[in-house]
Design a protein around this ligand. Sequence first.
Ligand code: TYD
Length: 223
Amino acid sequence: MGLFITFEGSEGCGKSTQSRLLHEHLRAAGYNTIHVREPGGTPIGDQIRAVVLGMNNTEMDPTAESLLFSASRAQLVNQIIRPQLAADGIVICDRYADSTYAYQGYGLGRNLADLRTVTAIATGGLAPDVTIWLRIDPAIGLQRKQTAAGELEWNRLDAHELSFHQRVAEGYQDLATAEPHRWVNCDAGLSIAVLATHIRTTLAPHLDKVPRRAIPVNERTTL
Ligand code: TYD
């Protein structure tokens, strides 16, 4: 059965850092956990990533773009995510279908019902158990990402105008409001450590259903 956790949010919200910290924490606590990102997460998905995010692909058609994100997702779900969940493991995924609704739906104005249909085909209906949303003002997030250039990859989607990113943020708000039981709304402006603790505390009840192995004393860490 396992546990499927996704991280969502606008550019520069700190998802990669927080999802990695959570993964390391859960692994140190004895859980069988994997950490993947979208687009990508598989050798085939990484090739799709290079195409869909490539700065030179300025001619990308929005429908082609939506389908490429979904193709990468189908590969990841079937090759990695489903087997891990079937083994009672935890999956931590940096972005998932909600990114398609927020970016291609709200951001680019693609039809949301169509995107949901394509997503259902790509994922076989697999939805996250919990979605951690790191909420940030898009203008601040983009600035953070630009300042961190070199550490964070600047991609074709980042290069959209601010109004696009504002629509994406509104999309996240709508998606979270529509499914409050799944979404955890976090303030990305908190310090890294405070946010990490908040995320762990929020997830604690969900972990009850996931088995963990006994950790030999010499492998224990205080993470
Ligand atoms: P990435 O460098 O991983 O950015 P981030 O650190 O913000 O996650 O690039 C992923 C980019 O792809 C990001 O701009 C959001 C975009 N994206 C979509 O537009 N639709 C999608 O379905 C997904 C998964 C990502």
